[in-house]
Design a protein around this ligand. Structure first.
Ligand SMILES: [Zn+2]
Length: 398
């Protein structure tokens, strides 16, 4: 009898692992496809007037309290990812100015900008780029007051976690963090991550994220809606919200780690999703040119884990407008370029208008509206199948 029970328990234990073994198999297929795609990239068009700089926005270090990441780890991770820029957004501390103390300027050839993440009296969270010496005392001010002050200082204020508090909508924020990697990874159930970790971490640690990746439907809806109703530009960016602290570990009594699964060490976070910024050729990448291009919305979000987005552009024919710009309705031919054959989806005022397959696509836009693009790599297998690769900023036809 005892033996039968034991066999039954063993049988169940084995059965319970089948889904995780299958998830590991899927990640292998995904890795193979990603490698094939990398070989199919087409070079950017020579007439392109812009240079694509890739970087990450919304990064914390140990200065702000929630993270244990050091500057050395951050710089090494940015270097390993060949990033061009990193925008730090430190939590404030009462006794010292975290924006003054965080990474700033050029380190190992990477441009750092010293921002803050602050809470407002209205319950919003703002990313201030650059940060302010006043950050620790700012939470008694309204979102609008902080945004106005930031504009006076020539900086940007972006609404982070836009679905958690929506009073930013009635303020003059410059933009919205439509995707947050930390929020996405926090939705993972620990038991699932544990068994995925056992099966997949050793071989496919980077790709494990794909198991949990979700299109940020609600944030995109809020952003689309605000773009239409506010009648002004709202820049979209992705927040890595990198803390290097999401994961599981099993330690023995001496503290020695037996199993460790960390989903967001900086290096992995910086590889997963990036904000790419387009800067006119000849201007180079400087603090000023980066802030200027971001404020214009000359940027897009790319889940570079699947394929690097560099080479993507949304522009208008017979005009020098690109994503982020406003044009008259008469300039109504929109052109999309992607570095890999993909499904290009044109979205107007939040609704799908048309989709095309290829490395370039032209869309005639005859009505005023907010036109943006999402790009999908349909040959990526599950679990990445059907998830977006690129989310662009809009061209505004007024
Ligand atoms: Zn944060």
């Amino acid at each position: 009898m005892k033996r039968r029970i034991l066999i039954a328990i063993l049988g169940l234990a084995v059965l319970s692992q089948i889904p995780f073994a299958y998830r590991r198999y899927r990640l292998r297929q995904l890795r193979n496809t990603i490698q094939q795609l990398a070989a199919q990239r087409i070079p950017p068009a020579p007439e392109n007037e812009y240079v694509d700089y890739k970087g990450v926005i919304h990064v914390h270090s140990l200065l702000g309290g929630h993270s244990t990441g050091t500057f050395a780890e951050l710089i090494a991770a940015a270097k390993a990812n060949q990033l061009d820029f990193v925008i730090m957004t430190e939590h404030p501390q009462a006794e010292f100015d975290t924006s003054a103390m965080t990474l700033n300027g050029t380190h190992a050839g990477i441009l750092f900008i010293n921002g803050n993440e602050v809470a407002t009296a209205g319950g919003d969270r703002l990313l201030l780029i650059p940060g302010t010496s006043n950050a620790a005392a700012i939470n008694i001010q309204s979102t609008q007051q902080i945004v106005e002050q930031q504009k006076l200082n020539g900086g940007l204020a972006l609404a982070a976690y836009p679905s958690e508090s929506e009073s930013w909508k009635s303020s003059a924020v410059d933009g919205v963090e439509v995707y947050n990697l930390f929020t996405n990874t926090r939705q993972i159930r620990p038991v699932i991550m544990f068994f995925d970790g056992l099966w997949s971490y050793r071989s496919y640690a980077d790709l494990m994220f794909a198991n949990f990746f979700q299109r940020p439907d609600e944030n995109l809806r809020l952003w689309d809606e605000a773009n239409v109703t506010s009648k002004r530009k709202l820049i979209a960016i992705a927040g890595n919200d990198a803390h290097s602290n999401v994961g599981l570990s099993l330690n023995d009594s001496s503290g020695k780690q037996l199993i460790g699964v960390k989903l967001d060490p900086y290096e992995r976070s910086f590889r997963t999703v990036r904000t790419h910024v387009l800067i006119k050729k000849g201007n180079g990448l400087t603090r000023e040119s980066l802030l200027e291009a971001l404020s214009q919305g000359h940027c897009y979000i790319s889940f570079d884990l699947f394929a690097e987005g560099s080479g993507f552009n949304l522009s208008a024919r017979n005009s020098d407008a690109i994503m982020g710009d406003e044009i008259a309705v008469t300039n109504s031919e929109l052109i999309v370029r992607v570095p890999l054959a993909a499904r290009i989806v044109m979205i107007r005022n939040g609704s799908l208008v048309e989709q095309r397959q290829g490395t370039t696509a032209e869309f005639s836009a005859t009505d005023p509206g907010v036109y943006r693009v999402e790009v999908y790599l349909d040959n990526l297998p599950a679990p990445a199948l059907g998830k977006p690769w690129i989310v662009s900023n809009p061209i505004y036809l007024r």
